[in-house]
Write a protein that binds this ligand. Structure first.
Ligand SMILES: [Fe+2]
Length: 213
């Protein structure tokens, strides 16, 4: 005997058809819409060749800034010794400032109609900052490594700032000078003062200083 149709609501087929537009479309794949290294010209009154040259320089700065940022986090985690607390905090502060620079640089690249690097494997292939060992290093070695990375970055940043200026790319010049160079110079100062070998308690050359009076 055939069962009676259920008239209390829509049939399963009707329900199924009604959700068709609400279902997620999974496992989609298509060719990329803009290959890396190509410019999708934006109306910013800047020649495409200038945009391409600036983007290439900025991607190098981006890879090195991401590497320096991550070096700070490595040292934030692995720092040891009697200055642990202050360096643990300082390294994370600099990490945060470098992280802001990463976003500023990447978005400048996109503003030029170019594509910014993003993934760790691409960064590793591009950066010119030497790869540190995975293990823990002493504080003076950590600081030396960071100072060397800053100087590599500052050296290329100064050259690239001039190139952007000469090409008429004021926006890129401004990002490199106002954001990258100034932030890195300030961080170098804060780091370098930690490896000045000054007495902690008793001044050198003071003889016969006694406790109390
Ligand atoms: Fe932390």
């Amino acid at each position: 005997m055939a069962s009676k149709p259920d008239k209390r609501g829509p049939s399963y087929d009707q329900l199924s058809a009604g959700t068709r537009n609400a279902r997620p479309l999974l496992h989609q794949n298509a060719p990329e819409i803009q290959p890396y290294g190509k410019i999708a010209k934006l109306p910013i009154a800047l020649d495409e060749k200038v945009c391409a040259a600036s983007a290439e320089n900025l991607n190098q700065l981006l890879a090195d800034t991401i590497t320096l940022r991550d070096l700070y986090k490595k040292h934030h985690w692995q720092v040891a010794g009697h200055t642990f607390y202050q360096l643990h905090l300082l390294f994370d502060k600099h990490y945060g400032e470098q992280n802001e620079l990463v976003d500023t640089i990447a978005e400048r690249i996109q503003s030029l109609g170019a594509i910014s690097l993003a993934m760790a494997a691409d960064v590793a292939e591009t950066t010119i900052i030497p790869r540190p060992p995975r293990g823990r290093e002493e504080v003076p070695v950590q600081i030396s490594r960071l100072l060397e990375a800053h100087e590599i970055l500052l050296k290329e940043a100064r050259t690239m700032a001039k190139q952007a200026d000469e090409a008429g790319d004021d926006g890129t010049n401004d990002v490199i000078v106002s954001d990258i160079i100034r932030t890195n110079e300030l961080q170098v100062w804060f780091l370098a003062e930690h490896v000045v070998d000054v007495p902690l308690v008793r001044a050198e050359g003071v003889k016969g200083a006694s406790a109390g009076s």
